[in-house]
Design a binder for this molecule. Structure first.
Ligand SMILES: [Zn+2]
Ligand SMILES: [Zn+2]
Length: 162
């Protein structure tokens, strides 16, 4: 593709909501494929821009800072009949570099597995203080013992032993 066509393509994608990642600088295109139409984070490094204020998609924040992924968590699905917390889908926990706001995001179908796995390792390395702080905001960071559940969500049940 020549440069002119390239620019045209970028313009088209920009109209659909494409953006340049605030962290790694990659162009993030938005396609109409399931799971990416509402993409708000970069599939390569999982960063996003701080645009939402109260809830995902409200676009009410004026911060605009870069939100870096810091850990993984499970979506809370209430308690099972034994009173144990149910683990829902895997979510990305991000923190705004500018204002420190923490938010959780769904993982998209085309997010890089590598990036998610390195985030898994990051989660285990978060300081105790941070984990406590997040827990007080009702965000429970995954632990070493959650590895199996993380892998099942990433690769399905038919995976070989880890
Ligand atoms: Zn990125
Ligand atoms: Zn912010």
């Amino acid at each position: 593709m020549n440069k002119k066509e390239d620019n045209k393509k970028i313009k088209e994608e920009k109209n659909k909501g494409g953006f340049i990642c605030c962290n790694c600088g990659e162009w993030v295109s938005i396609s109409d494929d399931i799971g990416t139409a509402h993409r708000n984070h970069c599939p390569y490094c999982l960063s996003s821009k701080h645009l939402d204020k109260e809830f995902s998609g409200d676009r009410a924040s004026e911060c605009g800072g870069c939100m870096l992924p810091i850990a993984l968590t499970f979506k809370k699905e209430g308690k099972d009949k034994y009173g144990k917390e149910r683990k829902g889908e895997l979510m990305i926990v991000s923190e705004c570099l500018n204002c420190g706001k923490v938010s959780i995001n769904r993982i998209a179908a085309d997010d890089e597995e590598k990036a998610i796995l390195s985030l898994f390792n990051n989660s285990l390395k978060l300081g105790e203080e941070k984990v406590k702080n997040l827990s007080s905001q009702k965000i429970d960071i995954i632990k070493e013992g959650d590895k199996k559940d993380v892998f099942i969500r990433l690769f399905g049940k038919g995976i070989k032993k880890i």
